[in-house]
Design a protein around this ligand. Structure first.
Ligand code: MG
Length: 453
């Protein structure tokens, strides 16, 4: 039986319970043995950052590779460094939005994208078989601290937006760094773009004292209040490793990620006179609506940022992203990028007016989300039954089962870790979304009864 170490976002766990220094060092050996070349490494400000980074780096060096230490930086800075330099890959030590007791190890491929599953499997194989290249004393690697990665990352972003338009607009912005990795980059970006910024939680702190590092509405109360109190044009919030950005509009409304995704997608298609936008099947129809209205085309993928990135490369997309605030700009790099997202939104607001007006123009949808318990061994049969029951509708099985209607959809996805299905429905009204979920839940229950016999 093949064991699995990497989840959807690398190897993650609670420090010294699931994720120990020993595990990190062995994984470092497995990575070094697989990558066979110099590896860049970065970390977010978690309390365990030094422990995990040092252990992974020691493992990599024992395999003969050098480690280039970029220090405390956002995940997209490591990805940009790897993409721009001739090295074998990168490692980011982060648990993104998870609580502070967690940390994680994420592998980055030589082109700067998140490592695809087949390569993670090769690393897992090395790890479980303990097949490590333990080099002799005169061939082990060294560690080289490197500064300047943030400068070239920010220069790339600045070269891709209309800086003059942003400067001329005289915007006032409240930035919430969540005491995370963006503290070293986003305040500088806003300064370079001539934006007057009021910064919250701007000191890096591994305990995340300001608020938990997932940018939910509940966690961003201070940001929302400050946007209102100061009459700011925009609130900007990053998650712990700053690959994602969530916005507060000029009226102090928290925007769910599908709204900012749609605003930016519409603009990117307009700028390119068409083109393809890639997003997972779970994204709101409002994204597809605005993309097609501007003459663009939408391509859906399974859920997961690396899958979106690779599809974007394959189809030559002009833009892509997820509804959690992870937006991907191909001219910059094929990965979610919090600072690039912030810069692009500032440009859009500078040129097109207040964010609340742009959001007001988007097609409106309501969503219903729920779970239903289902034994793991029944999941496949239940999903096949569901497809049959809805054969009169347009059904796709890109990820789980998605039943598409003219004004929305219902998506059923089996959980990868728990014995349950997640049901998401979208419709023009809250009531219709609920009714769609109710109906689907009924069909799933019927199927379970049938197969449980
Ligand atoms: Mg993140």
């Amino acid at each position: 039986m093949s064991e699995r170490l990497f989840g959807t976002n690398g190897v993650r766990g609670v420090i010294n319970q699931d994720l120990s220094a020993q595990l990190a060092m062995d994984l470092g050996k497995a990575i070094g043995t697989y990558m066979k070349g110099n590896v860049a490494i970065g970390n977010d400000p978690r309390t365990s950052a030094d422990m995990i980074r040092s252990a992974v780096a020691a493992g990599i060096m024992s395999s003969g590779a050098n480690v280039i230490d970029l220090g405390m930086v956002p995940t997209p800075v490591v990805q940009h460094y790897v993409k721009s330099n001739d090295i074998a890959g990168g490692i980011m030590i982060t648990a993104s939005h998870n609580p502070p007791e967690f940390n994680g190890i994420k592998c980055i491929d030589a082109d700067g994208t998140e490592m695809p599953r087949n390569k993670e499997e090769a690393i897992e194989k090395n790890y479980y078989k303990k097949s490590f290249s333990n080099m002799p004393w005169d061939q082990v690697g060294s560690m080289y601290p490197r500064s300047g990665a943030i400068d070239s990352y920010l220069s790339s972003i600045i070269s891709l937006v209309d800086v003059q338009a942003i400067k001329n607009a005289g915007l006032k912005v409240v930035l919430d760094c969540a005491n995370g990795a963006s503290t070293v980059s986003s305040p500088r970006l806003l300064n370079d773009l001539g934006v007057r910024a009021i910064t919250l939680n701007g000191n890096p702190m591994g305990t995340f004292p300001g608020h938990p590092s997932e940018p939910t509405e509940d966690h961003l109360k201070d940001l929302i209040a400050t946007v209102k109190e100061t009459g700011a044009d925009l609130g900007i919030a990053h998650d712990g490793d700053a690959d994602r950005t969530i916005f507060i509009d000029n009226k102090g409304h928290y925007l769910y990620g599908d709204k900012s995704l749609a605003v930016v997608a519409s603009e990117m298609v307009k700028e390119n006179n068409g083109g393809t936008v890639v997003t997972p099947v779970s994204s709101s129809n409002c994204v597809e609506d605005v993309v097609t209205a501007e003459g663009g085309k939408i391509v859906y993928t399974k859920v997961g940022a690396p899958i979106v990135s690779r599809k974007m490369i394959e189809v030559g997309a002009v833009f892509g992203g997820e509804e959690n605030g992870g937006l991907i700009f191909p001219q910059h790099q094929y990965c979610r990028d919090g600072a690039m997202t912030a810069a692009k939104m500032l440009e859009i607001v500078s040129k097109k007016g207040p964010l609340s007006d742009l959001v007001e123009k988007l097609p409106k949808y309501s969503q219903d989300k729920r779970k239903i318990v289902c034994p793991n061994d029944l999941k496949d049969s239940v999903l096949s039954y569901l497809v049959k029951q809805y054969e009169r509708e347009e059904v796709n099985t890109i990820d789980g089962v998605k039943i598409c209607y003219s004004d929305g959809w219902t998506l059923v996805r089996p959980s990868g870790t728990e014995p349950l299905f997640r049901i998401y429905s979208e419709a023009k009204t809250e009531l219709e979304a609920k009714e769609r979920s109710n109906e689907c839940e009924k069909v799933l229950s019927e199927a379970m009864k049938k197969y449980l016999k």
